[in-house]
Write a protein that binds this ligand. Structure first.
Ligand code: FHN
Length: 462
């Protein structure tokens, strides 16, 4: 690399690092809007949600006319591309007789999830609810004739689960004036986009907010051609209809929280509310050839990593066209859920790490008990916090006696959180001004073991 380019890259990295540090140092600034903070209270505590991408695309499941199409299952109409007149008849085949809303909600509960977000209309334009705006919806256009959103809303209400709706506000490949379908309708720039927004998207969002009880959030996506003014029209509908409903970060104007890129976990703590939407395999909508599920251990690592940085994890499943969530993905979720049943105290309502070096940067200042620099390896452990408590989730056993970073705070005791060793004490000593914990080798739960460290005062003082 040429020296000037190298200098530019180095300065850019430095600036980004400093920006990250500034965000870390300024969570109070991010909390300056009391109404927004009140809306966000449940979301900040919930940490873990179930995303569901379900629609007509679960029928082709990655194949069109006998040929496998690469890419995301729900993008098959675009990727092929399939003309509207050929895609639309899928509705006549959609008959998910095995759909059971109560079972889906129970799965989310067993998984330890605290909210559900389901696609009410994805980019293909098909409404998975009984819309009066267009007959292209699950009740009027399919033999199934049932409003799955209504059934899910009822099941969520009876099982005390929050429910939010994904709504593709910009892309609508079924509509002549919606964004995205250039193969049937020509270039987006020539479309009467506001006709689509006012004629379909805005009234459908209003329907979602008036027919299904309390809506936890609206998850807008891919804000193409979304000017500030257009985005504000949606925001006004949400705020004026259900003031407590959250708006995600992809409307096209500032939402209540930040949505990261798909499957992107930021490297550092961020004081704003944020959420990582993520796949459990490699697609959102069902594909019959994608069975590369993340393991329960990978999911727990990502969840703890996200919570230690102040975020939420919205993990997706793609139900099949018969209404069944692929059983293998259900097993993964339930196994991770069993870990959460024992260790959830370190997750729900927990704050981010008070330190930060463990997130992957090689520390130049922290030394181990022999005075050697501690080169933390990303993935070894994560910190989360509550008043008077520090939780250390270990993913592997520490290779040397585990030393907490130097701090003024006085530790009073430590113990394991869950499992067979639940509440068993951990030996704590002080050496060279550092608190040392004697963690068992191997760690009691090979997937991840949580040590609780109790200390004087509410917050760690460095
Ligand atoms: O295009 C969509 C995609 O199909 C999926 O819905 C994801 C979920 O975050 N959002 C868009 C891509 O970022």
């Amino acid at each position: 690399m040429r020296p000037r380019l190298l200098l530019f890259v180095a300065l850019t990295c430095f600036a980004l690092t400093m920006l990250g540090r500034a965000q870390q140092a300024a969570p109070a600034a991010a909390k300056s809007d009391p109404a927004k903070e009140a809306r966000l209270a449940w979301f900040r505590d919930a940490k873990y949600g179930l995303f569901i991408h379900w629609g007509l695309y679960s029928i082709p499941a990655g194949e069109w006319k006998g040929r496998r199409r690469l890419g995301l299952g729900e993008w098959i109409m675009f990727r092929t591309p399939v003309p509207v007149k050929e895609y639309e008849p899928l509705a006549k085949q959609f008959n998910p007789v095995k759909f059971n809303a109560a079972e889906w909600v129970k799965l989310a509960k067993d998984a330890g999830m605290r909210y559900i977000v389901i696609t009410s209309k994805h980019h293909d334009g098909f409404a998975m609810f009984h819309s009066k705006v267009t007959p292209y919806n699950i009740v009027d256009a399919t033999p199934f004739k049932r409003d799955v959103l209504k059934e899910l809303a009822d099941a969520c209400a009876s099982q005390n689960m929050r429910l939010g709706f994904y709504y593709s506000q910009s892309q609508d490949w079924h509509e002549a004036n919606g964004a995205g379908n250039t193969w049937d309708f020509g270039p987006d720039e020539k479309k009467d986009y506001d006709q689509y927004l006012r004629g379909k998207a805005e009234p459908q969002v209003k329907e979602l907010l008036t027919s299904y009880g309390p809506v936890a959030l609206i998850w807008f996506d891919t804000p193409r051609m979304m000017t500030e003014e257009r985005a504000q029209r949606f925001a006004t509908i949400v705020r004026s209809t259900q003031p407590n409903t959250l708006i995600d970060g992809r409307l096209g104007t500032e939402g209540d929280y930040v949505s990261t890129g798909d499957n992107v976990i930021p490297p550092e703590v961020n004081g704003q509310a944020w959420e990582t939407p993520a796949t459990i395999n490699h697609t959102w909508g069902y594909r019959n050839d994608d069975t590369d599920w993340k393991s329960p251990g990978q999911i727990i690592f990502k969840l703890v990593d996200i919570v230690s940085k102040g975020g939420n994890y919205l993990l997706n499943v793609g139900p099949m066209s018969d209404g069944v969530i692929p059983p293998a993905s259900q097993d993964v979720l339930r196994t991770a859920g069993r870990w959460l049943q024992m260790n959830g105290e370190a997750i729900y309502g927990a704050g981010p790490t008070p330190f930060g070096d463990e997130l992957g940067e090689i520390s130049r200042t922290l030394k181990d008990v022999r005075g050697e620099p501690l080169g933390f390896v990303q993935g070894d452990f994560r910190y989360t916090t509550k008043p008077g408590k520090l939780y250390i989730t270990f993913f592997t056993e520490p290779r040397v006696p585990f030393a907490l970073p130097a701090m003024k705070t006085i530790v009073t005791r430590a113990y394991y959180l869950g499992g067979d060793r639940g509440a068993a004490p951990i030996k704590v000593r002080t050496e060279g001004g550092r608190t040392i914990l004697d963690i068992e080798r191997p760690i009691p739960d090979p997937m991840a073991s949580v040590a609780v460290v109790e200390f004087q005062g509410d917050r760690i003082q460095r």
